[in-house]
Design a protein around this ligand. Structure first.
Ligand code: UGA
Length: 436
């Protein structure tokens, strides 16, 4: 079976490479010539553990191709995945212009039966819109003898462990209504039968909604525990223990109950806003998710106040920040709480030194007047306080004696609850975590 993946962003690249790893012949398409050139030279544009190896192995085996030629990719493939960006618009709704354009192009080049699958996260009903656009393009280019089916196949890939998530998913969701398309997509995911991955076949709107409901629910857990953390601080409770005990209840579960500066990245912020927005268009308010979004925004301000409380007046102070990506194991800084907090500290007159193991190049495009350092110890040197903003492994076991000697003031604000409060105080730090 030949598969085309249109869009070589994070989702498209992981999806295409991992299908090739299953032994399928995959063509990844992008209109960005420079990106395709670099991919053909073996260069991976994002930091994603394990991805480079999968790309190399499958390119060498002749199963994975990169091209700007969308026409030949469409014409030579039975299944076409749309994995182009769906950026948020200023009002929180989703910009579908890239999806629409790809749908039109597919219709214009159709040369036989195809299954067109939306992989990008798109508002409910978008896959049907894709079908309409393809059909219009088919009619406009006189190709009525050809036919296509559409399907929705949302991704559940976490940045930083996307390859593993693709190869060993909790479930695969396929929204399709045409028996032929269902059979083809079942066959495509057959390699996962061996490890008994549940394949959930649903209607198209159901599959589209599963994606939003899943991300919004995870975001809800995070905002929920962050509000409990804020309360814990006032009543002298430890949110870490609250979350642990809650999580032992199998109905609640342990995961996504880590208090911190709130969620970031290219998915949760965008998808929660989009769900609120498109639900409204269907006349239904998502009151819980709206509150989740508001709590998340507020949490970042709270983190700045927390820092100020420990450091004192921020004007003229030097603050060291460890971690800039929105979470560890990625170089992605999109909607990163760390970046936001740096900017808010600067607004209050603080001077910033910072370091991130992978995200410095991306952060340099967003941050001005910041001193980028070589490592955590350079950041600590002469700083009036050290903020642990992203829990990269290398920040989990810092040489604390050295950090204390380098800091101008022995202040650590641990936004990820990596360290134990009592132990930090014993070591002579003025320390605070989140909700402890
Ligand atoms: C998320 C979902 O986990 C994936 O299933 C989904 O496919 C993806 O979005 C997407 O829609 O493409 P991702 O954004 O890569 O994946 O990252 P997560 O590991 O889910 O973390 C998201 C944010 O929540 C991070 O800022 C993280 O620090 C924060 N978080 C996570 C917490 O603050 N507390 C937690 O307990 C867990």
């Amino acid at each position: 079976m030949n598969v085309a993946v249109i869009g070589t962003g994070y989702v498209g690249l992981v999806t295409g490479s991992c299908f090739a790893e299953f032994g399928i012949n995959v063509t990844c398409v992008d209109k960005d010539e420079d990106k395709i050139k670099r991919l053909n030279e073996g260069e991976i544009p994002i930091y994603e553990p394990g991805l480079e190896e999968v790309v190399r192995r499958n390119r060498n085996a002749g199963r994975l191709h990169f091209t700007t030629d969308v026409r030949s990719a469409v014409q030579s493939s039975l299944v076409i995945f749309i994995a182009v960006p769906t950026p948020p618009q200023p009002d929180g709704s989703t910009d579908l212009s890239y999806v629409d354009q790809v749908a039109k192009t597919i219709g214009e080049h159709l040369n036989g039966y195809k299954v067109v699958v939306t992989k990008s996260t798109v508002p409910v009903k978008t896959t049907h819109r894709v079908k309409r656009i393809i059909d219009e393009a088919i009619a406009a280019s006189g190709r009525e003898r050809f036919r296509c089916s559409v399907a929705s196949n949302p991704e559940f890939l976490r940045e930083g462990s996307a390859v593993e998530d693709f190869m060993r998913p909790d479930r695969v969701v396929v929204g399709a209504e045409d028996p032929e398309a269902i059979a083809i997509l079942r066959d495509l995911y057959k390699p996962l039968n061996l490890i008994e991955v549940p394949l959930i076949i649903t209607s198209i709107p159901t599959a589209e909604l599963i994606k939003y409901a899943s991300n919004a629910f995870l975001a809800t857990k995070i905002s929920f525990i962050n509000e409990i953390a804020n309360l814990s601080e006032e009543v002298g409770a430890d949110v870490h223990q609250v979350a642990k005990a809650m999580g032992l209840d199998g109905r609640i579960g342990r995961k996504f109950l880590h208090a911190g500066p709130g969620y970031g990245g290219s998915c949760f912020p965008k998808d929660t806003l989009s769900l609120v927005q498109f639900s409204r268009e269907f006349g239904v308010e998502q009151r819980i998710v709206s509150a989740v979004v508001a709590v998340n925004e507020d949490q970042r301000n709270r983190m700045v106040l927390k820092i100020e409380r420990l450091v004192g007046e921020l004007e003229g102070k030097q603050i060291g920040v460890l971690g800039l990506s929105y979470k560890p194991n990625t170089d992605d800084v999109r909607d990163s709480p760390a970046i936001d907090i740096v900017q808010k500290l600067q607004d209050r007159g603080a001077k910033i030194k910072c370091f991130d193991p992978e995200a410095m190049d991306n952060a340099k495009r967003l941050l001005k007047d910041v001193q980028f350092c070589e490592n955590a110890y350079d950041v600590a040197e002469g700083s009036d306080g050290l903020v642990l903003a992203t829990e990269w492994n290398e920040f989990r076991k810092l040489d604390l004696d050295r950090v204390r000697e380098l800091l101008a003031e022995p202040v650590i604000v641990d936004l990820r609850n990596v360290y134990e409060p009592a132990e930090m105080e014993r070591q002579g730090f003025r320390y605070t975590g989140v909700g402890r």
